[in-house]
Design a protein around this ligand. Structure first.
Ligand SMILES: [Zn+2]
Length: 308
């Protein structure tokens, strides 16, 4: 199973178009010790010339162009055959609309996310212009499912629905379906206790309990929420009043941050993804970046790839 990280930044990307924070300003000036990044996007392949997208970022068009494996080879036939959505946020789902050019593909999402996008939002009618343009599969919670030639389990992560969701839908939908993480393996999770070749995809996680932490120890690779360094970091952004934890993002540093909570995860490759442009660990000359590397973590970058 080949895994490619096409985008590694949080919503807005790095630099973000309307942001002049220290990081964004220095990237534009050419004085930043680190890489610019597009919005979080992962793709994997099990079968030759068949790729599955994990979410569909607003930067998907340029991410496809930057990835030769995702280029069409035969007329207008794209190797992208399936998309799995872990939520209905704009930076998770907007890229679906960029795949509208008379291409058939399958979308996997929880029932609530499917209803929010495909039933409540008329813009997504652009993906229903001909029969079987998109086929939507509801992701079950609590039992494994298959997609893109791989085996998956959904992990409900709590948190709320996006602010644009209408009140009736937000009131009636199951909150467990708002945001999910995924365990992904090229081989079946059965028999019980099978513990090999698993990728954990957790780009937005607000808390982590002991049993799930134990489960992560048996994963080969963890792609983990690297959005904010500290809990108060987002409150310094004009217009945002909630802390990182209140936004559903466990901070990387500080007491109870992921560096501390996951320090026992020794046998697992640990990679931060979905990094916000304000996060000081993006600066490879910073003490925060050094702390991350010294703790055995990597920070995902666009173009990173690995195999399971
Ligand atoms: Zn910025």
């Amino acid at each position: 199973m080949q895994v490619k990280i096409l985008g590694s930044a949080a919503g807005g990307g790095f630099p973000q178009w309307n942001c002049a924070c220290s990081n964004c300003r220095r990237v534009r000036e050419g004085s930043f010790h680190g890489k610019p990044r597009t919005q979080a996007q992962v793709a994997w392949s099990v079968e030759p010339n068949q790729w599955t997208l994990l979410n569909a970022s607003p930067d998907l068009r340029e991410q496809i162009e930057a990835t030769p494996e995702l280029h069409p080879r035969d007329g207008r036939k794209s190797p992208i055959t399936e998309v799995i959505l872990t939520g209905a946020e704009v930076d998770q789902a907007l890229g679906l609309l960029l795949l509208r050019e008379f291409h058939s593909f399958r979308v996997h999402a929880t029932t609530a996310v499917r209803q929010i996008l495909n039933e409540d939002n008329s813009l997504f009618g652009s993906l229903r212009r001909f029969p079987n343009q998109t086929c939507w599969n509801d992701i079950p919670l609590g039992r494994p499912f298959t997609a893109g030639g791989a085996h998956l389990k959904a992990i409900p992560l709590g948190g709320g629905f996006p602010g644009f969701v209408n009140g009736a839908r937000a009131d009636s939908a199951d909150p467990a379906e708002a945001s999910i993480g995924l365990l992904i393996s090229p081989v079946a999770f059965d028999p019980p206790g099978y513990q090999d070749r698993t990728l954990a995809f957790l780009p937005g996680i607000g808390r982590i309990g002991g049993p799930f932490l134990e489960r992560l120890k048996s994963c080969d690779v963890v792609l983990f929420d690297g959005t904010f360094w500290s809990d108060e970091e987002p409150t310094r952004i004009p217009g945002i009043t909630r802390s990182a934890r209140q936004m559903g993002h466990l901070p990387v540093g500080g007491p109870g941050g992921s560096l501390e909570l996951l320090r026992s995860l020794n046998g697992t490759r640990k990679i931060y993804i979905h990094v916000n442009n304000t996060n000081p660990m993006l600066d490879e000359s910073s003490v925060e970046h050094r702390a991350v590397r010294d703790a055995g973590w990597e920070v995902a970058y666009d173009g990173m790839e690995f195999s399971l």
